[in-house]
Design a protein around this ligand. Structure first.
Ligand SMILES: Nc1ncnc2c1ncn2[C@@H]1O[C@H](COP(=O)(O)OP(=O)(O)OP(=O)(O)O)[C@@H](O)[C@H]1O
Ligand SMILES: [Mg+2]
Length: 330
């Protein structure tokens, strides 16, 4: 039994470790390592078979924006999660690009201050108005809808829960051939389902806050809502501001619950406090870190304003150093 913990960084085969923003860029692992207090071994997911892991070993791994690759990583790490420490944790991998699992996680761990539900059958779900409905996957506000009445729900049903014409025709044939009970079973089996989340609508927001957390460093971008729209993400209407302390404190509380070196949080502030709209613990967009002039650093409960060096890799290294500490990691 080794006494020393080993640290691995797991990349895709092309050394990809996300995300550096534009799809033609990647984080430089060499540069992250230069700034680390540890000497990790860089491997790929294919190398995992050859490792003999100890419980205290640490795998810092990338996820992927590509759904197939992400599914591969989830399957690949399923048993490995019990053999060592994963960063991000397996549940944070499940939450990556999946608003449905984020709702499950928020309910289980009671955080976020925003009521929501995960649904696949919109007919089985009584919606009170107003609500926000979202496809479980999607970014830049695509797939995010405000529903205020039955008509709005109808529109979503016809766009996302509508069977294709071929299936409708087969169904018609089955209706003639099958008895009532068989037809009910058959219809449900081939019903058009879709993965959605439903959230309470936070009324009259003028903006939300994108908060990137790297260790105890918080980078905040104010995103104003679009004209005649309730959505801020994707508006491109950004402001560099001094964030409200309540937003920083709320982000800190969420970061404590999620327990990852780095995070991206979408936070809204209303008269009822702050609300967590969405979160990612891997492969999130770095725009905020690369552009805001200042960061806010939590130093034992006080917030210090510092100039932002706008360097992505050194922040990844900083956050890993902060998270892992120096104890026995080789
Ligand atoms: N429950 C809600 N109440 C009010 N406004 C909301 C709610 N959920 C989302 N919004 C608004 O819609 C925008 C997009 O929502 P969300 O962040 O869930 O989707 P997204 O398309 O994944 O965005 P991103 O590009 O940030 O990943 C938010 O920036 C916010 O302005
Ligand atoms: Mg968002």
């Amino acid at each position: 039994m080794r006494l020393i913990k080993l640290l691995y960084i797991v990349t895709l085969n092309n050394c990809y470790f996300g995300s550096a923003g534009q799809s033609w860029k990647k984080l430089s692992i060499e540069k992250i390592i230069e700034n680390l207090d540890f000497s990790p071994k860089v491997i790929t997911f294919e190398d995992l078979d050859t490792l003999s892991l100890n419980k205290d070993d640490i795998l810092v791994y990338t996820s992927s924006e590509n759904p197939e690759v992400r599914q591969f990583i989830k399957n690949r790490l399923y048993y490995i999660k019990d053999k060592c420490k994963l960063i991000p944790s397996y549940e944070l991998l499940m939450a990556h690009e999946d608003k449905g699992f984020q709702e499950v996680m928020k309910q289980e761990k009671s955080f976020g201050n925003l009521k929501g539900n995960y649904i696949f059958d919109i007919d089985n779900h009584k919606i009170s108005y107003p609500k926000v409905l979202k496809t479980a996957q999607g970014a830049g506000s695509s797939g995010v809808f405000l529903v205020k009445n039955n008509n709005d729900v109808k529109k979503i049903k016809s766009k996302f829960f509508n069977q294709d014409i071929k299936r409708k025709l087969i169904k018609l044939q089955r209706k003639i051939k099958l008895n009532e009970q068989e037809y009910q079973i058959y219809s449900y089996k081939y019903k058009k389902f879709n993965l959605f989340v439903e959230q309470d609508f936070i009324q009259a927001l003028e903006c939300d806050y994108k908060v990137l957390v790297f260790g105890n460093r918080y980078y905040v971008l104010k995103r104003n809502v679009r004209k005649n729209d309730f959505r801020a993400s994707g508006s491109g209407n950004f402001e560099f501001i001094e964030p409200p302390i309540d937003v920083l404190e709320f982000a800190k509380e969420v970061a404590h619950t999620l327990n990852n070196p780095y995070l991206s949080l979408d936070i809204a502030q209303s008269a009822k406090g702050c609300h967590l709209i969405e979160f990612q613990a891997t492969n999130f967009g770095p725009y905020t870190l690369l552009n805001v002039p200042f960061r806010f650093v939590d130093s034992n409960g006080t917030w210090n304003k510092e100039e932002n060096c706008k360097d992505l890799e050194s922040n990844y290294a900083y956050s890993l150093n902060f998270f892992l500490g120096k104890k026995n990691v080789s």
